[in-house]
Design a binder for this molecule. Structure first.
Ligand code: ZN
Ligand code: ZN
Length: 89
């Protein structure tokens, strides 16, 4: 029984981005970037848009950035809030 060779443990670098709504770092597969280039984690974006819909402000659904007035297109909305919610608009 000799000494076992141990591979040095190098953690895989995980690419993360900062959610601009809750300021948590999220992995890229949970992050959604809008056409304007701004993004946040998918759950936060969904909450954000569903809140607007709940307040009957669906016509004011713009980017999460207050000074960005880009309106997400239909495809983006479907990706974010889901097709069921989208058809309730
Ligand atoms: Zn977030
Ligand atoms: Zn934007």
């Amino acid at each position: 029984m000799g000494r076992k060779y141990r591979k040095p443990l190098i953690p895989e670098p995980i690419e993360v981005k900062l959610c601009e709504i809750c300021y948590e770092e999220v992995e890229l597969n949970r992050f959604y970037t809008l056409a304007c280039g701004h993004g946040a984690m998918l759950e936060c974006l969904k909450d954000y848009f569903l809140n607007l819909i709940g307040e009957n402000k669906a016509s004011k659904m713009t980017c999460i950035y207050p000074d960005c007035s880009i309106v997400p297109n239909d495809g983006e909305l479907i990706n974010i809030i889901g097709i069921d919610q989208y058809y309730r608009l």
